[in-house]
Design a protein around this ligand. Structure first.
Ligand code: GLV
Length: 313
């Protein structure tokens, strides 16, 4: 397979990069200065694109690569891939579901605890020597709080299971009610937000879910409510979130993702009721290795004419 051209959209994982380099003819898009010229020159060589949550394959890239056969994403979310265009052109698409579910759900619970129990802020309290001048203030109990989940797919379910172990009642919103579940379904996000203490965004980013967290939802969650976003930045209207946090209309937020990564609004930096993570939901050594193997396995299966491991299209 050494002659098959594979385009890696951006740097994502050293092991994956090394293995792609060893097994294929790898092109690293981020190292190319004149991308238009490069695509013209390589259009007949590139048969696969490897993307992730930062860069994938948009319509322009897909159109520029007439020999493209497969887009294999090093992510579960496919919002950076024009999946409809791929379908139309007969380009296969794969992602990395299941293998990262536990890590992302673990982080969601970690963010809940971090925001309610002020883990990061009280760590800073100790490090700065403030403890010597007095005890840290009391925080908010997590056990038993009602958790509302937007999107009860693999990750949403894994968050629910973990929160249940903390005796949290679980409510959820999704496009349709799931049969045979003991969790309470709300047909609108505003209703869900009015009926939970902690609201978790765990759905894919689509045109319908962009800014699913808007001013109305934030106000329904209220000054004691906490927003946890382990989905995508654009799920949240960040300007509305900022003003709600600054004005005290929202109790707190645990955010792994932002609208314009890696740029995070600096107004958040001074808020002690906010915990900020650099989009690391699946960012453990173990999971990223498994995800890389899945990307490689999908590419090899495709070029050996075998069934794809995790096909989307
Ligand atoms: O954000 C990460 C992913 O979609 O896997």
């Amino acid at each position: 397979m050494e002659s098959i051209g594979v385009l890696m959209a951006c740097p994502m994982n050293t092991y994956l990069e090394q293995e792609l380099e060893r097994r294929f003819n790898l092109f690293k898009f981020w190292t190319v200065s004149d991308k238009t010229q490069f695509l013209k020159a390589q259009q007949n060589n590139i048969r696969a694109v490897v993307g992730n949550a930062t860069a994938g394959a948009d319509a322009e890239l897909i159109d520029a690569l007439p020999k493209l056969e497969i887009v294999s994403s090093f992510s579960v979310g496919l919002d950076k891939v024009d999946v409809a265009k791929c379908k139309e052109k007969g380009v296969r698409v794969t992602n990395t579901p299941d293998v990262l579910t536990d890590d992302v759900a673990d982080l969601a619970i970690g963010l809940m605890l971090a925001v309610l129990r002020r883990l990061c802020e009280s760590d800073r309290y100790v490090r700065s020597g403030k403890w010597k001048k007095g005890d840290y203030k009391l925080t908010t109990k997590f056990t038993g709080k009602t958790v509302g989940i937007i999107g009860l797919g693999r990750i949403g379910m894994a968050v629910a299971k973990r929160a249940e172990a903390f005796s949290c009642p679980i409510n959820y919103y999704s496009r349709t009610e799931k049969p045979n579940l003991k969790y309470k379904y709300y047909p609108s996000v505003v209703e869900l937000a009015s009926n939970c203490h902690i609201l978790v965004v765990a759905c894919p980013l689509t045109e319908e879910t962009r800014h699913i967290i808007n001013r109305e939802v934030i106000d329904a969650l209220g000054p004691k409510g906490v927003l946890i976003n382990i989905g995508r930045g654009p799920h949240v209207d960040e300007r509305e979130l900022l003003s709600a946090l600054v004005e005290g209309r929202l109790g707190g937020a645990g955010l792994d993702v932002f609208e314009n990564e890696p740029h995070v609004p600096e107004e958040l930096f001074g808020l002690e009721n906010v915990v900020l993570m650099p989009h690391v939901g699946s960012g453990t050594v173990e999971t990223r290795k498994t995800m890389a193997d899945l990307v490689l396995g999908n590419l090899e299966a495709h070029f050996l004419n075998k069934p794809l491991l995790t096909p989307v299209v």
